[in-house]
Design a protein around this ligand. Structure first.
Ligand code: HEM
Length: 274
């Protein structure tokens, strides 16, 4: 966990060009916001009466205004300068569609960057611990790491679902969906669809044509960080696998209480280096 949480947050800190001293703060915000249904993380539990007063904030989290303020301060410092980090570009450039980001767009976009995707390497490691024969295959043949990366993403489904609102009447899988209906897309279920995947409950690091829906699919909202997340996972395992002589679970693996993210709080391991 020290590695997996730290790695993705370091990448994020570089993208934002903020000092590494802020890493823990970024991790804590992500936990407090995404963990809004877990008593260990949430300031105010999502469905409590108290959360009503935060209903207009992302994830109804009192941590959201703290993240907004942090982002706004970075924006103030960088407006009109020539930085190449993502905040500088957001405040100094106009998107290709010619529509500048509003102040609210900036707040929400910044918050999404901070909370998005710092989980998956934990899942990949856990999957390998539970399937030592798959780890052995990777050690024998590291050229499988790219296909393993896609399989880890399918297997873990780190984001369980998103909800969207239908913009027109449509029939899908024999069901009528009316314009304005709220539709929940269960990526975790799609990733175990036996009509798409052979033996969907098997972890297979060499799986081919792995058409998973982990980052959403066919949507203008396809995960913006998907290439980054894929690259992080691939590099992590390219570096890690050759160094491992042995790795074992060394304790319980508590999960985040959530129907939104498949979160792991702790992953204690015992490692023997090669
Ligand atoms: C394995 C890690 C990740 C998973 C599983 C994941 C999953 C998702 C999913 C399911 C969506 C919604 C897609 C849709 O509605 O069609 C999404 C959107 C998004 N993700 Fe990720 N994500 C990950 C990592 C990241 C990272 C590392 C970043 C950025 C640093 C990121 C930034 C975003 C943004 C900005 C959106 C919104 C895009 C939009 O609304 O246009 N994600 N992600």
């Amino acid at each position: 966990m020290e590695i997996s949480a730290d790695f993705s947050i370091n990448v994020l800190a570089r993208l934002l060009d903020v000092p590494p001293e802020d890493n823990q703060q970024l991790i804590d915000w992500g936990n407090r916001i995404i963990g809004n249904t877990d008593p260990d993380y949430a300031d105010v539990l999502l469905h409590s009466a108290e959360s009503e007063q935060y209903r207009d904030l992302p994830f109804r989290s009192p941590a959201s205004p703290e993240v907004f303020e942090y982002g706004r301060e970075l924006a103030r410092q960088r407006r009109g300068k020539d930085g190449t980090d993502i905040v500088s570009r957001l405040v100094n450039e106009t998107p290709r569609d010619g529509v500048p980001l509003s102040a609210q767009d900036f707040d929400n976009y910044f918050l999404l960057l901070v909370v998005a995707g710092n989980e998956t390497t934990r899942h990949a490691m856990l999957a390998l611990l539970q399937h030592p024969e798959q780890l052995a295959r990777l050690k024998d043949d590291p050229s499988l790491i790219p296909s393993a990366t896609e399989e880890f993403l399918r297997w873990a489904s780190p984001v369980y679902h998103f909800r969207r609102t239908a913009t027109l009447d449509v029939e899908l899988g024999g069901r009528r969906i009316k314009e304005g209906d709220k539709v929940v897309m269960w990526y975790a279920s799609g990733n175990r669809d036996e009509a798409v995947f052979d033996n969907p409950y098997d972890l297979d690091v060499a799986r081919e044509n792995n058409d998973h829906v982990t980052f959403g699919k066919g949507s203008p909202h396809l995960c913006l960080g998907n290439l980054l997340a894929r690259t992080e996972i691939r590099i992590m395992f390219e570096e890690l696998v050759p160094r491992l002589a042995d790795i074992k679970l060394a304790g319980d693996v508590p999960r985040v209480r959530s129907n939104f993210v498949n979160g792991i709080k702790k992953l204690p391991v015992e490692v023997t280096l090669a």
